[in-house]
Design a protein around this ligand. Structure first.
Ligand SMILES: [Zn+2]
Ligand SMILES: [Zn+2]
Length: 231
């Protein structure tokens, strides 16, 4: 028996954007890597002839395709009869039977592979609490502001106080951290989120410490009671 699911284009597994997945796992998936491909297949179990059966054209939305029946007989797409040369839209999950009825044909499911767009990894930035501290009050930033051009961060309150004092003394304001002349100061909305996370983590740590402390107190109380009991 000839190979089932052979495509007329060269197989390039790295760029497979869709597959025809046969219902029978003994057969291979038909991988589709080109934007336009004619699938040739030995589809009739009783025949050894390999012939074209459909042309798949990738749609611009990248999640569907246009299927054109290239076989001489009708095929079934989601139970609908598609005659020779007729065109039908297929999307992920569409069932395709390469013949006019279910009997004697292997049925396939069209499957669109997850695109690079949907695999975008979430941006992860490791945050060290020590780097989320204001150098004026030495606490984790509260209501963060960032100064330019050096991009150092401070609590809004701390920096406002620094600003007030600096303005009393001189015409320019220097960064409390690096002494660069501050040209601009603005609220930092990204770091405000970081600040919230850091606060949540410290609240959680405090909660854990409290639990641990209570546990230690209970253990001590228990040990003391045991000692009293033994005496
Ligand atoms: Zn501060
Ligand atoms: Zn600075």
């Amino acid at each position: 028996m000839a190979e089932v699911g052979e495509t007329s284009s060269q197989k390039l597994s790295q760029d497979v954007w869709a597959k025809f997945v046969p219902s029978d796992s003994r057969y291979c998936d038909v991988e589709i890597s080109s934007n336009e491909v004619v699938i040739c297949s030995e589809i009739i179990s009783s025949s050894l002839d390999k012939h074209e059966w459909c042309k798949i054209t990738r749609n611009s939305d990248h999640s569907s395709a246009t299927l054109q029946n290239k076989s001489s007989n009708a095929i079934l797409v989601d139970e609908a009869v598609v005659q020779n040369e007729e065109v039908v839209e297929i999307t992920c999950g569409t069932e395709i039977i390469p013949g006019p009825d279910r009997a004697g044909y292997l049925n396939y499911r069209f499957k669109v592979m997850p695109g690079k767009e949907s695999c975008k990894q979430q941006l992860k930035i490791p945050i060290d609490v020590e780097h989320a501290k204001c150098c004026i009050c030495l606490n984790v930033w509260h209501d963060v502001v960032t100064v330019a051009p050096c991009f150092h961060n401070f609590c809004n309150g701390c920096f406002s106080e620094w600003l007030r004092r600096s303005q009393d003394k001189r015409a320019t304001v220097l960064c409390p951290h690096c002494r660069a002349v501050v040209q601009f100061v603005g609220r930092n909305h990204y770091l405000r989120n970081v600040e919230q996370v850091v606060h949540q983590i410290s609240l959680f740590t405090m909660h854990l410490m409290n639990l641990l402390a209570r546990f230690c107190v209970s253990i001590c109380a228990f040990l003391i009671s045991q000692r009293n009991y033994l005496e």
